[in-house]
Design a protein. Structure first.
Length: 370
């Protein structure tokens, strides 16, 4: 079915697409995203038709780009026709470029498992052949361990009666597929719809997982859905001290606040908006009597500005979306940053590690995985 679609498309193309080769050795790199320098990581998955896998991953918050391509074989710069012959050893795969501060590798694994039939070693749904087999290609040892752990957990659920045959393999060179394969579901929505509907993939996934196959990869706090309440509503929702600290720049007493001596694993979010601010992994005992951190969990959720209310001038720390007063940052902290974010407990809400998933902060679970 898909071969007929491709033939029709190729006949309509006047200029042959150019195949790009991209090395994916090493899963981390620095890139500019919307003008900001952030760490991006790469994950590579094979799950049958890369059109379908691309569309699934691009639905996930924190995924920057998904590229269709070929990997796992023994031929350099393969074409679609060569891979389709089954003689190159390559599989159709997708390279997922993502922001690990917004979505974890573990969550991407959940999306992968919920997109395929892991018990079929002859292909996926209507697409048959070795080029459609399923695999996880790990770029480093951490990815390998997480992939193996997730496969064991899936096996333990008993959801699938047959053995899981999806391979976990070291990542070799990833070759980008021809241009007409990239974003196929966007460029050809009608053809894609009928292909996907006829493939049997969605019927199978709905039978196994129900109507929400990606619920484990849910978004974390979403600034688009937050609308800061008015003063009266805030007064009714917050304690008097929480209101004075966040809205009137007050400072709570040292050693007499909720989190100064909290050692439990988890994250700290804004008491007003819920936007993630700090992690217990960056918390340290400063001896001041207030919660202290070496760096923010999500730097773009922190705003720093001069505070001239005292002498010398200090640097105030506020949350970006709720505009809550949080505390101050000083340059007398420990390595690796040398900074001390001295924060009022009253401006924070603590979310324990065990509650991250159910409270919508599952993207940060990876921080606490051994």
């Amino acid at each position: 079915m898909r071969l007929k679609i491709i033939i029709a498309m190729v006949l309509a193309v006047l200029v042959a697409p150019v195949l790009k080769m991209t090395s994916t050795r090493g899963a981390s790199k620095m890139e500019q995203v919307k003008g900001k320098q952030i760490n991006l990581e790469v994950a590579v998955f094979a799950g049958g038709c890369f059109w379908c896998m691309e569309s699934n991953f691009e639905e996930i918050a924190g995924v920057i780009e998904v590229i269709a391509g070929y990997t796992g074989g023994n031929v350099s710069n393969p074409t679609y026709e060569q891979v389709s012959s089954g003689q190159t050893g390559h599989v159709e795969a997708v390279k997922v470029v993502y922001d690990p501060s917004r979505v974890s590798y573990r969550d991407l694994l959940d999306v992968f498992w919920r997109s395929i039939n892991p018990t079929d070693d002859g292909g996926q749904f209507v697409d048959r052949g070795s080029q459609y087999r399923t695999a996880i290609f790990y770029a480093n040892d951490k990815q390998r361990r997480l992939a193996e752990k997730s496969r064991k957990e899936l096996e333990a659920t008993g959801i699938f009666k047959d053995p899981i045959v999806t391979e976990i393999l070291p990542l070799k060179t990833f070759y980008e597929a021809e241009a007409y394969h990239q974003d196929y579901y966007r460029k050809n929505p009608i053809r894609y719809h009928w292909y996907r509907r006829g493939s049997g993939r969605d019927r199978f996934l709905k039978k196994i997982w129900g109507n929400k196959p990606f619920e484990k990869a849910a978004k974390t706090w979403d600034k688009q859905s937050f609308d800061k309440p008015g003063k009266e509503e805030l007064r009714s929702r917050l304690t008097e001290l929480q209101y004075r600290v966040t809205q009137e720049n007050a400072t709570e007493p040292p050693f007499q606040n909720e989190y100064w001596n909290n050692h439990e694993e988890g994250i700290y979010v804004d008491i007003v908006s819920g936007e993630p601010l700090f992690s217990s992994r960056d918390k340290f005992d400063s001896g001041t009597g207030w919660p202290s951190f070496t760096r923010p969990l999500v730097p773009e959720n922190i705003v720093e500005k001069p505070d001239r209310s005292l002498f010398p001038v200090r640097t105030e720390v506020r949350s970006k979306h709720a505009d809550s007063h949080l505390g101050h940052v000083f340059k007398d902290g420990p390595p690796p940053t040398g900074l001390r974010y001295c924060i009022n407990s009253s401006a924070l809400r603590f979310v324990p590690k065990k509650d991250l998933q159910k409270e919508g902060y599952g993207d940060f679970i990876y921080l606490f995985e051994k």
